[in-house]
Design a binder for this molecule. Structure first.
Ligand code: ATP
Length: 237
């Protein structure tokens, strides 16, 4: 297990790729769905909270999951990655060899930017397609680097931050992954600070408590988002 952030998913800073040629692939048309950007530091509980919203029938579009699809065997980003970086970053089954890519981009910003210039516009396009196809009254966009990424922050109507103490993050990630505390803290240090993330929030879910405490918190926000989505739909019709 490496202590380095994975460059091929959307949890790895820096977040922004140069704009894609031919227009902004993440642009959503006016009158599109009400969008809630869900974010938080590593291990804060984003997936857990997103699952609660999904259980209430809300469409969740997860940019990390999309990044993994795009870099899996036969993934849409693999031809461009192969061409840009060569066979050395492609596993035998055709997926991205994430460890090899990590080594390749580590400490080499130009290489990292090259990868991001391939991946981020594709992630943006797929995210937008899925958000537009959603049939729920509003859509949750799960974006780990939402606060770091101007691209997404401007496009969501609401920013929901999942927050917990840094020590809680360290403990949860350690028990899930086998990383050491130092390795987790290195990843956290490469993400935006807790203070800056909280400063960008419209809504915050405190996930320092028991898992069950999330249920009423999500239900209350769901009710609020249904109201905001209805107002948004009325204003854009
Ligand atoms: P990552 O940034 O790594 O994708 P994440 O923000 O999506 O993580 P989760 O995967 O939801 O976070 O949670 C991290 C770990 O903490 C998981 O093992 C999850 O089961 C656990 N966890 C989440 N919330 C709680 C809680 N309130 N109490 C105890 N464990 C929790």
């Amino acid at each position: 297990m490496s202590d380095r952030p994975d460059p091929s998913d959307s949890t790895s800073p820096p977040a922004d790729a140069p704009p894609a040629p031919g227009g902004n692939p993440t642009a959503l048309p006016p009158g599109g769905p009400f969008l809630v950007g869900l974010t938080g530091g590593i291990g804060s509980g984003k997936t857990t909270v997103a699952n609660h919203f999904q259980a209430l029938g809300v469409t969740v579009v997860d940019t990390d999951a999309i990044a993994h699809e795009l870099t899996g065997p036969g993934g849409g980003a693999m031809p461009a990655i192969r061409e840009a970086f060569g066979e050395g970053v492609v596993a035998p089954d055709g997926r991205l060899d994430r460890a090899a890519m990590r080594e390749r981009v580590f400490g080499t910003p130009a290489e990292r930017r090259r990868l991001e210039a391939i991946l981020h516009p594709m992630i943006g396009r797929v995210t937008t397609e899925r958000a537009l196809a959603a049939e729920s009254p509003y859509v949750i966009l799960a974006i780990p680097l939402l606060v770091e990424s101007g691209r997404w922050k401007e496009r969501v109507h609401r920013v929901l931050v999942i927050d917990c103490a840094e020590q809680t993050q360290v403990e949860r990630v350690m028990s899930r992954s086998g990383l050491t505390a130092g390795q987790v803290r290195d990843i956290m240090a490469a993400q935006v600070s807790r203070e800056r993330r909280l400063a960008a929030a419209d809504d915050v879910i405190d996930n320092d408590g028991a898992p069950d405490a999330l249920v009423p918190a999500v239900q209350a926000l769901h009710a609020r988002y249904l109201e905001l989505a209805a107002a948004h739909a009325a204003a854009s019709s």
